[in-house]
Design a protein around this ligand. Structure first.
Ligand SMILES: NC(=O)c1ccc[n+]([C@@H]2O[C@H](COP(=O)([O-])OP(=O)(O)OC[C@H]3O[C@@H](n4cnc5c(N)ncnc54)[C@H](OP(=O)(O)O)[C@@H]3O)[C@@H](O)[C@H]2O)c1
Length: 350
């Protein structure tokens, strides 16, 4: 099968700093199926910051790695223990960071972390959903413990990084849960996107947030979801969180965090890592399949829209390089998706 791989970084340049080697297309054998696996013919993929981070971290001498953890495609074969899907089913999955990714014509993925492609969604729209959908859902409704169906209506949620892939889904989920959604965006086009997705108020993260909240009559918020930079916002979050409030972050810290900043407010801090369940094979692994099904229900009911924003053509090394550059700029909006392998698109795919 055709696969696009990244190899270890090469020391180059006058500073001898590692530079990622170009992505390249190679032939690989079809993946072998484990008992719970689906063999999926990949139709479309979305690109995430994790792709560029894994690529940048490849150690010298390691074998080439297939990146990509966001895909939609068609089930072609199933492992012996599979019960939820059958050949011919259209599915979407983020997969497992410890296994080869989806930048290949065929993906082996555990059915327990897979969901159906929502009816009416194209391959590209479906590929945009799983990784960021799981992250946003787990962050809001599991780590922060908010009620997905309105039990916390009226509580305020500050979303740092509203226009990115995760923020774009979180805004919609939070809005549907009845929360007061305050989302940040720093440019006219990202602010417009955030507003369109349903944010009640847009704050500009290139300026101080406290005065902007004060203008809205708020000095603190009930919950904070940090989808941008944990270190940079640590003090701001400690200042803006309400006493007994809760904060979730999804980006690892570079410096030690001063947890004591939260003590006097009895505020809690939570990590969300979308790959925790698959990486550790937690007993509730299948919960991710259920979340994907709930996301599909909402898309089908018109309560959630795909956050597909930019399509960059077929799944080729050149187009993936363009997508990586856009992600690395930190200015992408919604999701970037690539579709097809340079051959004609199937009639069912849109
Ligand atoms: N833990 C997990 O499971 C998990 C899952 C997914 C992603 N992540 C990580 O979470 C981060 C966000 O992921 P993503 O897919 O949403 O990224 P993304 O789509 O690349 O985010 C791009 C957006 O970030 C915003 N942004 C840039 N700098 C910002 C800042 N200083 N403050 C607030 N917003 C800022 C930009 O908004 P403006 O253009 O308006 O400035 C831009 O629209 C990445 O570091 C990613 O690796 C973690």
């Amino acid at each position: 099968m055709k696969a696009i791989v990244a190899e270890s970084a090469a020391a180059s340049g006058p500073d001898r700093a590692p530079r990622p080697l170009p992505l390249r297309e190679i032939e690989l054998p079809l993946p072998e199926l484990r008992p719970h696996d689906l063999l999926v013919r990949v139709e479309a993929v979305a690109v995430n910051p994790v792709d560029t981070k894994v690529r940048a971290g490849l150690a010298a001498g390691v074998p080439p790695r297939v990146l990509g953890w966001d895909a939609a495609g068609c089930v072609e074969a199933v492992g012996a223990a599979v019960s939820r899907f059958k050949p011919g089913d259209a599915v979407m999955a983020a997969g497992d960071i410890t296994r080869p990714g989806c930048h290949a014509q065929w993906l082996a993925v555990d059915e327990r972390i897979t969901g159906r492609r929502p009816k009416g969604a194209s391959w590209a729209e479906a590929a945009a959903l799983p990784l960021t959908g799981l992250t946003a859902w787990e962050a809001l409704f599991e780590r922060l413990g908010l009620d997905a169906d309105g039990g916390d209506a009226g509580r305020s949620l500050l979303i740092l990084g509203g226009a990115g892939g995760v923020g774009s889904l979180a805004i919609q989920l939070a809005r549907h849960a009845g929360l007061l959604v305050l989302a940040t965006a720093s440019r006219p086009e990202s602010a417009a996107w955030v507003r369109e997705l349903g944010a009640d108020h847009v704050l500009d993260h290139s300026r101080d947030l406290a005065p902007q909240l004060a203008e809205l009559g708020l000095d603190t918020v009930d919950r904070i979801a940090n989808f941008a930079d944990t270190d940079a916002y640590w003090d701001v979050m400690a200042e803006l969180i309400r006493p007994q409030g809760a904060i979730v972050a999804i980006v690892g810290n570079r410096e030690p965090l001063d947890l004591d900043r939260l003590k006097s407010k009895s505020a809690s801090f939570h990590w969300e890592f979308m790959f925790t369940r698959s990486r550790y094979g937690t007993p509730d692994l299948a919960r991710q399949g259920e979340i994907l099904e709930r996301l599909a229900d909402r898309i089908e009911a018109g309560e959630l829209r795909s956050t597909l924003h930019t399509q960059l053509g077929a799944i080729t090394a050149t187009n993936l390089e363009r997508a990586h550059a856009l992600v690395a700029s930190g200015r992408s909006i919604g999701k970037i998706v690539l579709q097809g392998w340079g051959e004609p698109v199937g009639a069912d795919g849109g």
